[in-house]
Design a protein around this ligand. Structure first.
Ligand code: AMP
Length: 293
């Protein structure tokens, strides 16, 4: 496994590779089983596996969150090696944002401006879009792997990849969860045991919606109320609890096509996000949902 710090060294490493497709997993490090599930998927499908580790300052809306973000490079490199990574790209801040840097990639519309975009501010997805564009153009992978846990990030990235004609296949991997149901996140380490048990109301709320949807509830307000009750019983106040179209992020009134149920909540000082996608409604006689955008 090679570790490179500059785009020039990254390109040299990839030029000398054995051939086959290049799979790429961008991360901010503090690797956990969720990241490893992406690495495993990418490893299985590509001749060369590239991992990036970069805590991207432009996507943080709170300086305290950026300062407290775990940085565990030594352990990360061990995990990457075990997962069969060929090249780790771990640039410093100056390599990604050199002096004079003045170009940002900005996705507009509900996909970037609602939910996370509204709570964290416009700059959050501008930061994500800019760094992901730079990383994709640096690695030029055949396929890039992202987690469904960050569903809105996936939608923003799909949008920019299409809009900028970046020749990469975007692969979305399922959310990896701990045994108690909590979505794995580098930020979970900050939860006290009491906070962690309270945080479990988030996956419970998502399960309640999934169960109600499976039982035939189609009215999204009713589904939303089910989830809100579970959160409120646990004393968890959501920043948002929304049922939206998973591609456009427009609100959905009645289920027909797939619906993304997205929750963000602060538990103690830790901000957590999670989501689930409800399958399209299937009718016994004919299919009212025909798919499409
Ligand atoms: P991060 O290091 O948090 O920026 O995450 C890097 C990538 O790992 C993103 O595509 C995330 O969506 C993905 N990821 C983070 N946590 C999980 C998880 N629990 N399950 C699946 N993917 C995840």
């Amino acid at each position: 496994m090679m570790v490179v710090r500059t785009v020039a060294d990254l390109r040299a490493a990839l030029r000398d590779r054995r051939g086959g497709s290049v799979g790429f997993v961008p991360t901010m490090g503090a690797l956990h089983e969720g990241h490893v599930s992406l690495l495993r998927a990418a490893r299985a499908e590509n001749g060369t596996l590239v991992l990036s580790i970069f805590v991207n300052p432009t996507q943080f809306d709170e300086q305290s969150d950026l300062a407290a973000y775990p940085r565990t490079e030594e352990a990360d490199l061990g995990i990457a090696d075990d997962a069969g990574v060929d090249v780790v790209f771990a640039p410093g801040g100056d390599e990604v944002y050199p002096a004079g840097f003045s170009t940002m990639v900005s996705v507009t519309g509900p996909v970037a401006e609602t939910l996370e975009g509204a709570q964290r501010g416009r700059a959050h997805f501008d930061g994500v879009a800019t760094v992901v564009t730079k990383l994709l153009l640096s690695v030029l992978p055949d396929a890039a792997y992202f987690g469904a846990k960050d569903a809105q990030q996936v939608a923003v990235i799909r949008r920019l990849v299409a809009d900028l004609s970046i020749p990469v296949r975007v692969v979305v991997c399922p959310t990896s969860r701990d045994d108690d149901g909590l979505a794995r996140s580098s930020r979970n380490a900050r939860l006290t045991p009491e906070e962690r048990s309270r945080a479990l109301a988030i996956p419970r709320a998502l399960s309640a919606v999934t169960d109600a949807a499976a039982a035939g509830v189609t009215d999204t307000e009713a589904l939303r109320a089910d989830a809100a009750a579970v959160l409120s019983d646990a004393g968890v106040e959501p920043e948002y609890l929304a049922l939206v179209d998973p591609v456009s992020f427009e609100p959905v009134a009645a289920r027909r096509g797939p619906v993304l149920v997205a929750i963000a909540a602060r538990v103690g000082r830790t901000r957590l996000i999670d989501n689930v996608v409800l399958e399209p409604v299937r009718e016994p006689f004919g299919t009212p949902y025909e798919g499409g955008a």
